[in-house]
Design a protein around this ligand. Structure first.
Ligand code: BES
Ligand code: ZN
Length: 628
């Protein structure tokens, strides 16, 4: 990697760069385009597929969803492209039962399934000839398929979560972010339920429970998504709407009114929206993430419904992925920061446009605090995990989901913006998205693109790409964030802790959620439960409807043994499956001698969680425990 980087720098020096007048850029750009096009993309270690031999181009998916047996069964018909003299095409599968495989020239064919590996599942080898253009795989998913969560209730609900490599647990696929395909689908679900996908979607029930879908733009498998449930629809703008269960539809419709403004802001920044509609689906609270950028239909947790539109940054984030991630896609999970760092940056810009710089800078302050705290933690464990370019070979790519890709990525891009100025940066970024649309990008290719199309030699020196991308920790030129409002919170925080300001004099009621969150996440380690009681009596924080504030409050309550909040903590942990909230709350119980309480709550809550969440909690509460 280092070598490649040096090489690109040399090329750059040879061709000259940067400070020359703008007119000369196109010439250099052509050369760079040529050179970048010739660069070999990084290998994805998390797929068995060998796309250079044979690759899928289109999927026709015929499936039916059975809630009784918790099985999705059906046939995946793939159009394929064979290169050279390849004699087989390889798919990723994990815990799928393969019933039969047909090809358009061979009829029923003998397939082979290789040995199973952790996280990766198994390779499915299908023999092909020079005449094969289509393969059809009939299969069933396992009842405990890791991507799927079957939620019980009067009306049941099913949703998928494919990123990073879980699509292979519900569809046989070439499960690599670098492989794109279009798809059509026909899905049979129980009558009375609506089905939605990352595609053109219905807005009303079909009497027979049969739904057809079309995704005309090629997407990678991790963006395949399906949800089935009692789902209502409410329009917001011409291109935007929310879907949610009937009990939440009204609240969701109010909460996300600004979705249209966000879409307009995003397009004004970095180019036309490429996917037609942008809708939002509010999932059951068991959804393990805040949001997932499934094309045309973001999946989101209901915990962002606060009643006052204060947690909409998450929608800005998932919307931003319609460019960073869904249009220009990380080639491998080691390049995850290209998806997430760009998206946090873009999210911030949307927030700045729609809500103003004061709000976006408050958010940036929270991002900075989260980042510095997490970097410290990761540095203790494994400093290599603080590199922007990750090292996930032989590991679960899920381990890449830390503040590094997101917030270190964000601050790196903010540094680039501040180095060249917003005007040049925005032109560059728009061109980056346009010229790389529906393509993959890896870190080396990006560095090359950046060095050739944006940064002068001098700027390259100031930025120091090498230490940001391949170095540990946070480089000393990390941009600083200025927020007067957050500074005032910090002053109040200190004064309150020192007893110079009374609880009643805190401006809590005037504070936005970001200010409250900042206050609560900066309480000292030594603090009596009585002081928390004062806050709670005065501001009724245990009853807050803002889940970010509630989370920060519960963490403090558990840390400082403030018992009146324990019931709410239990209720929250049993009902909410969002991993970002769960991990710190269980961890603080574990670290403050409340392991019994943690295990008792977890026993109740675990059946409600998605695999993504319970795998992490199992490790925290079961496996690590035996090591102690
Ligand atoms: N694409 C991610 C979610 C993801 C990443 C799922 C990696 C599986 C593997 C999504 O865009 C995301 O980043 N969600 C964040 C919210 C965001 C506001 C930071 C989340 O869920 O917390
Ligand atoms: Zn994201």
């Amino acid at each position: 990697m280092k070598k490649l980087f040096l090489l690109s720098l040399t090329t750059l020096l040879l061709f000259g760069c940067g400070n020359e007048p703008q007119e000369e850029t196109p010439e250099r750009s052509d050369e760079s385009k040529q050179k970048i096009a010739e660069m070999k993309l990084a290998t994805d270690h998390h797929t068995y597929a060998r796309p250079n031999d044979a690759v899928v181009t289109h999927l026709d998916w015929d499936a039916s969803v059975d809630f009784e047996t918790r099985v999705i069964s059906g046939t995946a018909h793939y159009d394929i492209k064979r290169e050279g003299d390849a004699s087989s095409i390889i798919f990723d599968i994990r815990e799928l039962t393969i019933d039969s495989v047909m090809t358009d020239d061979g009829g029923k064919v003998e397939f082979e399934i290789g040995p199973e590996e952790d996280f990766l599942g198994q390779p499915l080898h299908i023999p092909i000839t020079e005449n094969t253009t289509r393969v059809s795989i009939s299969y069933k998913s396992a009842p405990n398929a890791a991507a799927l969560l079957w939620v019980e209730g009067e009306k049941p609900f099913l949703f998928t979560q494919s990123q990073a490599i879980l699509a292979r647990t519900w569809i046989p696929c070439q499960d690599s972010p670098g492989i794109r395909f279009t798809y059509n689908a026909k899905v049979q679900v129980p009558q009375g339920l609506l089905a939605l996908m990352s595609a053109e979607n219905p807005t009303a029930l079909n009497d027979e429970g049969v739904y057809e879908f079309k995704m005309e733009q090629p997407i990678p498998s991790y963006l395949m998504a399906l949800a089935v449930g009692d789902i209502a629809y409410a329009e917001i703008g011409e291109r935007t709407a929310v879907y949610a269960t009937p009990d939440l539809i009204e609240a969701a419709h109010y909460e996300f009114q600004e979705m249209d403004d966000m879409l307009v802001a995003a397009e004004a920044l970095y180019g036309d929206y490429a996917w037609g509609r942008y809708d939002l689906l509010i999932l059951p609270a068991a959804f393990p993430f805040g949001g997932m950028e499934n094309p045309r239909l973001t999946f989101a947790t209901p915990t962002i419904i606060a009643g006052d539109r204060s947690l909409t940054a998450l929608v800005a984030h998932e919307l931003a992925h319609s460019w960073s991630g869904n249009l220009v896609t990380n080639a491998t999970w080691d390049d995850f920061w290209l998806n997430e760092g760009f998206t946090v940056y873009f999210e911030q810009r949307i927030m700045e446009t729609v809500y103003g710089r004061e709000t976006s800078e408050m958010l940036a302050t929270l991002s900075y605090q989260g980042l510095t705290m997490e970097v410290e933690e990761i540095m203790d464990r494994n400093p290599n995990d603080t590199h922007l370019k990750l090292h996930l070979k032989d590991r679960d790519p899920d381990e890449g989901m830390s503040a590094i890709a997101y917030d270190k990525g964000y601050f790196f891009l903010r540094l680039l913006e501040e180095t060249v100025g917003r005007e040049r940066w925005d032109v560059f970024l728009k061109e980056y998205f346009t010229s790389n649309s529906f393509k993959v990008m890896d870190t080396e290719r990006f560095v090359d693109y950046l060095s050739t199309n944006l940064l002068s030699e001098e700027e390259l020196q100031t930025v120091d790409l090498d230490s940001w991308i391949y170095g540990a920790g946070l480089p000393s030129n990390i941009p600083s964030v200025e927020s007067d409002r957050i500074q005032k919170v910090d002053q109040a925080n200190l004064a309150w802790i020192n007893g110079e300001m009374s609880t009643a004099d805190l401006p809590w009621n005037d504070w936005a959620y970001q200010e409250r969150y900042r206050f609560l996440t900066n309480l000292p380690n030594e603090l009596s439960a009585d002081r928390l009681a004062e806050l709670d009596v005065t501001y009724n924080i245990t009853a807050t409807g803002n889940n970010e504030v509630l989370f920060a409050w519960l963490e403090q309550s558990l840390k400082h043994d403030y018992e009146p909040a324990y019931d709410r903590a239990e209720e929250f942990l049993v009902n909410v499956g969002r991993r970002k909230f769960l991990t710190p709350l269980y961890r603080v119980m574990k670290e403050t001698g409340k392991m019994e309480m943690a295990l008792a709550i977890y026993e109740k809550a675990r059946p409600n969680y998605h695999a993504v969440a319970y795998n992490t909690m199992d490790e925290l509460l079961y496996e690590a425990e035996t090591n102690e």
